[in-house]
Design a protein around this ligand. Structure first.
Ligand SMILES: Cc1cc2nc3c(=O)[nH]c(=O)nc-3n(C[C@H](O)[C@H](O)[C@H](O)COP(=O)(O)O)c2cc1C
Length: 387
């Protein structure tokens, strides 16, 4: 795992260690995965305009994100079910994030509870909320996040219904994973995962324990979402969240200037430009394509965070040059977790943080504050984009 030179090599290691049904759950996207691919490939439309002969002796990649200090402009994105890759995966991730000095955002759908994460490390924690039909449970989760010292609330707004992920349907993916004739051989061929997770303690959505939403039987994610998520939640409710939470709020899943403006008018502190890693609306614009129009619409009234497709430090530097304050990473840390637990997440952060530093050094812009659109141009052959 230490030998992995980059995120793609961590992905290869993850693929080797996980049963197919589990690997495809993290790797896949909705329908034809057009948006999943575009999230990565659209970064290639941008090229760097390198400046030379500047003094780069002092380099600084540190910043603050929604008031949270960060050693590098990165946040571990909320991902449900990290514990299905590696036992108590969310605890491992939060410890690795604490050691690296970057914030960790816990998902509503985690396999470890808000309280367990708070006890495990003193990481700067954020909490991601899916709005449930039961407002009592939703309120209780917000209050638990506040009581345990989470620093920001992230409302995910692109998941009223679940994007159909055909790989999961084909593989019969459920929570917890089911032993069936189809999966048995697959599980047996991956003994590292089998003894760690497959035969370990039951994987459940721990944040729901003790509520009526707690599921005893194996469910598909689609069944869970269809049964629990609130289809009626609207801009009118944002005020309610803000008042119950009482701290900084980010909206995750904004892709247009129109919604970005409404978000800012509702007093949102950060807009997270995201299509859920290509797992929701297939054919939606890539996160990096949407970034410039959102940055321009927000016009400095809130922070903008890019989420989707980050596999190299240079992707992060491009996003910052386009006006993002920071980037969330999803699969990049999940591949590390699957490949090697806490050390694997630490490795994925180390890789990205070093790549960010070296990219900024070679670009001749050694501090985050020096990154602006003059650092970029479009690649030859690319259609002109919003500038
Ligand atoms: C396995 C998996 C689970 C996810 N679970 C959640 C979740 O519970 N809540 C959420 O807001 N986003 C979730 N996401 C989306 C991520 O937060 C993030 O938007 C996405 O992974 C970014 O794209 P990237 O993987 O290319 O970095 C999940 C993504 C993956 C891959």
């Amino acid at each position: 795992m230490k030998t992995a030179l980059n995120i793609d090599e961590l992905r290869t290691l993850a693929k080797r260690r996980l049963p197919k049904v589990i690997f495809e759950f993290i790797d896949g996207g909705a329908f034809d995965e057009v948006t999943l691919r575009a999230n990565q490939s659209d970064f290639e439309h941008w090229r760097f305009r390198t400046r030379v002969l500047g003094d780069i002796t002092t380099r600084d990649t540190s910043t603050t994100i929604m008031g949270t200090p960060a050693a590098s402009p990165l946040v571990l994105a909320p991902t449900g079910l990290a514990g299905i890759l590696s036992r108590r995966g969310e605890l491992s991730a939060s410890r690795a994030a604490a050691a690296a000095g970057v914030p960790y955002c816990l998902s509503t759908m985690a396999t470890c509870s808000i309280e367990q994460i708070a006890e495990a490390s003193d990481v700067h924690r954020w909490f991601q909320l899916y709005v449930l039909r039961d407002r009592g449970i939703t309120r209780a989760m917000i209050e638990r996040a506040r009581a345990t010292g989470c620093k920001a609330l992230v409302l995910t707004v692109d998941t009223k219904v679940q994007g159909p992920r055909e790989r999961d349907m084909r593989n019969g993916f459920t929570v917890p994973p089911k032993f069936t004739p189809a999966t048995l051989l697959d599980f047996a061929r991956h003994p590292g995962w089998l003894f760690d997770v497959g035969l370990g303690p039951k994987v459940t959505f721990r944040n729901f324990e003790g509520t009526k939403v707690a599921a005893d039987d194996a469910v598909t994610i689609t069944q869970f979402v269809a049964g629990q998520y609130d289809l009626s939640v609207s801009w009118k409710d944002v005020e309610w969240f803000r008042s119950v939470w009482g701290g900084p709020v980010a909206l995750k899943g904004v892709l247009t200037s129109e919604d970005a403006k409404i978000a800012v008018d509702h007093g949102i502190e950060a807009v997270i430009v995201s299509n859920h890693g290509g797992r929701q609306l297939d054919g939606a614009v890539s996160a990096v394509q949407a970034l410039t129009e959102v940055v321009d619409a927000v016009a400095g009234r809130a922070e903008v965070i890019l989420d989707g497709g980050i596999r190299r430090g240079s992707d992060v530097v491009k996003a910052l040059a386009l006006g993002a304050r920071a980037c969330m990473i999803g699969r990049a840390w999940l591949y590390g977790l699957a490949a090697g637990g806490e050390a694997g997440v630490a490795r994925s952060l180390e890789i990205l943080m070093k790549e960010i530093d070296i990219t900024m050094a070679l670009l001749g812009r050694p501090t985050v504050a020096q990154l602006d659109r003059s650092a970029l141009t479009t690649a030859l052959g690319s259609a002109p984009r919003h500038r």
